[in-house]
Design a protein around this ligand. Structure first.
Ligand code: B4P
Length: 190
């Protein structure tokens, strides 16, 4: 049995978004990326986008209340009832606690937390390469370093939160996208 309620954790650029997208096609479940949703809100010029933009551009986390509202609304949509890949949410302990409450209300439970790791120099290199292709406002070196620091300080502690529940699978994010996808497939099926 494949796990279908999944959370991807890992530093910026580790491949969460890339791998979550691949899984969508394979498992037929939606990718829930707060980063993508916030960027779409910025592009649309909505109230949420206006509140999020300066945080994103500095590589800081958008305030919990904003992000939790966005994630909660998305998780309640019909297509998430059969499963989902959370990518980029939760990023703080307060968000993880909110996620627990949201899922409990919906009568669902997280099955697996896939933690990906890659050493920082390779991550910075990947994100700088992406900046040339996509021109994302937060993919410059100074902001990338800040995002790494924010990850280590605020998000990495969540690994322990989920480890206590026995649902963590850790894997190496270095290698080709196909190699990483295969490691994820094995972790999900195990
Ligand atoms: P995100 O959009 O989540 O940004 P990210 O961490 O850089 O994405 P990801 O890690 O998924 O990138 P990927 O590896 O796929 O967040 C951006 C900002 O939004 C945050 O800084 C914050 O301000 C805000 N935000 C989002 N969620 C929030 C929350 N919950 N709370 C508060 N604020 C929040 O891609 C990286 C690159 O690597 C790609 O170019 C890809 O092609 C490449 N790559 C992937 N796999 C590879 C491989 N195996 N080998 C070589 N290259 C690879």
């Amino acid at each position: 049995m494949m796990a279908r309620r999944l959370l991807f954790l890992g530093p910026p650029g580790v491949g969460k978004g890339t791998q979550a997208q691949r899984l969508v096609g394979e498992l037929g479940i939606p990718q829930i990326s707060t980063g993508d949703m916030l960027r779409a809100a910025v592009a649309a010029g909505s109230e949420i986008g206006r509140r999020a933009k300066s945080f994103i551009d500095r590589g800081e986390l958008v305030p919990d209340q904003v992000v939790i509202g966005v994630a909660e609304a998305r998780l309640a949509e019909h297509d998430a009832s059969a499963g989902f890949v959370l990518d980029g949410f939760p990023r703080t302990v307060a968000q993880a606690e909110a996620l627990d409450r949201i899922l409990e209300r919906l009568g669902r439970e997280l099955e697996l937390c896939v933690v990906m790791e890659v050493a920082e120099p390779a991550l910075v290199e990947r994100l700088l390469r992406r900046s040339k292709l996509e021109g994302r406002s937060d993919d410059n070196e100074e902001t990338i370093r800040n995002r790494m620091r924010v990850y280590r300080e605020q998000t990495e502690p969540l690994v322990a939160h989920y480890r206590r529940r026995g649902i963590v699978r850790e894997l190496d994010g270095l290698g080709s996208m196909d190699e990483v996808a295969e490691r994820i497939r094995r972790a999900i099926a195990a």
